[in-house]
Design a protein around this ligand. Structure first.
Ligand SMILES: Cc1cc2nc3c(=O)[nH]c(=O)nc-3n(C[C@H](O)[C@H](O)[C@H](O)COP(=O)(O)OP(=O)(O)OC[C@H]3O[C@@H](n4cnc5c(N)ncnc54)[C@H](O)[C@@H]3O)c2cc1C
Length: 434
């Protein structure tokens, strides 16, 4: 999605742009379903929202072993929308083409071509395609990013920084009683690192089911998880009508190095999503705009053509990404890693007690910064029984750590200097050791 937005905006700056996509058409691109996107991104980029999009309802969180259920009431005005992905792909392809870009379907990108410390093109279906700039929007497993020389310093993820998910829309069992909660999210479902969800608030015929785990999801674990969900959600029928596929997306803070000479990563290729936050599509699209904006600014400053795509010039794109949303993703990633390390009974307590307000749960669910003022901290202490005070301190320490990561990420060096930027990267990575 980010690649297509970048294609449109760069073509409008009169660049000669080609997009290579392995699918045979927008209608057969991956993910035959709808996903949550903050509507502000459509307004900001002047892109129409696809028809059939609908407003999301509130979430209900279920604790690891199902003992505690907590409803989060969403602010209607700022709620995400769920957007059909294939019509959105079509809109983005049409806009890129109308702006003068060409989109080549059925084209498989194999790897980068690197010469003299610069990415100078890609191999597509065995052919060399040369370019002044390669925008890598091939998703988390991008063969282009993986193939870059280590000395470029472009960020690669660890094994435990991906989210492996199965998503399927089951035909609703017509004989089952209506569910009490229609948007359930199971945190650390069955004690495993990850989430599952059962959503049935939109289509009267379908139940939207997800089982996602950090690192890996075996077919045995998937079967157990679906069986468990079916037990408490008898509306889940047997026939899978949409989806029914395994997917891999990143589950980590954004790449601390997403640019190199002649290269810029965007979207999942640069780890711009955090599952559950409705962030991947919006962040990728916004990043497409920020990349083109950076190039446009350099052009109007009179930067010479041969310098336009040097790492020192592209760095400004990364600065914009971190200031717009990357720093918030860093803060959320610190929280996510911390919460996954909490014992299950601590999560039961956090969801079941009054320690987290509705607004705070909303912040956590939608990826907004969580800041606790003195008055609220005192209230939390008052509602916490003595035996849980140590737990409260742990939660508070985690919040502080997440705030510090946010501040450092937002303080990304404005200009590119190999030593200064490397030090910033090293310091930021310390928050994500586990
Ligand atoms: C189950 C699930 C639920 C999600 N829910 C949400 C949500 O609610 N909201 C949200 O914002 N995000 C959600 N996401 C995340 C979102 O899907 C990603 O963040 C987003 O798709 C990233 O877009 P992208 O264009 O960077 O990468 P991708 O969507 O991975 O797209 C990469 C593109 O590159 C193509 N490609 C890959 N390799 C090659 C190759 N070698 N040659 C040519 N083409 C290639 C692919 O076909 C694809 O079109 C969800 C993801 C999953 C799996």
């Amino acid at each position: 999605m980010g690649g297509l937005v970048a294609a449109e905006k760069l073509a409008k700056l009169s660049f000669d742009v080609t997009v290579y996509e392995q699918a045979s058409s927008p209608e057969t691109m991956r993910y035959d379903w709808h996903d949550d996107v903050n509507p502000s991104v459509f307004r900001r980029l002047g892109i129409e929202m696809p028809e059939g999009s609908f407003k999301k309802k509130s979430w209900t969180f279920v604790s690891p072993h199902g003992a505690v259920v907590r409803e989060f009431r969403q602010d209607e005005a700022t709620a995400d929308w769920s957007v059909e992905r294939r019509p959105l792909n079509k809109i983005l392809v049409d806009r890129a083409v109308a702006a003068g870009a060409s989109v080549v379907f059925g084209a498989r990108v194999e790897r980068a071509i690197v010469e003299k410390s610069t990415v100078v093109g890609v191999i597509v279906d065995g052919r060399e395609e040369r370019a002044d700039l390669v925008v890598d929007s091939l998703g988390v497993s991008s063969p282009v990013r993986k193939d870059l020389p280590v000395e470029f310093g472009v960020t690669q993820h660890r094994e435990n920084e991906v989210f492996v998910a199965y998503r399927a829309f089951y035909r609703k069992n017509p004989d089952a009683p209506a569910p009490k909660y229609t948007n359930k999210v199971y945190l650390k479902h069955m004690g495993e690192a990850g989430i599952s969800w059962v959503i049935q608030d939109h289509d009267p015929e379908l139940v939207n089911v997800l089982v996602g785990r950090i690192g890996s999801l075996s077919s045995y674990d998937l079967e157990r998880a679906i069986e468990d969900l079916k037990k408490t959600n008898p509306t889940i029928g047997t026939e899978v009508v949409r989806g029914g596929e395994m997917c891999v997306i990143p589950v980590r803070y954004p790449a601390t190095r997403m640019v190199a000479n002649g290269y810029a990563a965007i979207g999942d290729a640069a780890y711009m999503t955090i599952p559950m936050l409705g962030s991947g599509i919006a962040s990728g699209m916004l990043a497409g705009q920020l990349l083109a904006e950076t190039v446009g600014e350099n052009l109007s400053r009179g930067v010479k053509k041969e310098d336009l795509f040097k790492v020192s010039r592209l760095w400004r794109y990364q600065v914009k990404v971190f200031r717009e949303f990357g720093a918030v993703h860093c803060a959320v990633d610190v929280l996510k890693r911390g919460v996954l390390g909490f014992p299950d009974n601590m999560l039961d307590w956090m969801l079941g007690s009054e320690v987290l307000t509705n607004e705070e749960i909303g912040c956590l669910a939608s990826g907004k910064m969580l800041r606790v003022g003195v008055k609220e901290a005192i209230r939390k202490i008052n509602v916490t029984e003595y035996s849980r005070l140590r737990t409260l301190i742990k939660v508070n320490n985690l919040l502080q750590k997440s705030l510090m990561a946010y501040r450092l990420a937002r303080n990304i060096p404005r200009n590119y200097d190999p030593n200064i930027t490397r030090t910033w990267e090293e310091n930021l990575k310390r928050y994500f050791k586990r």
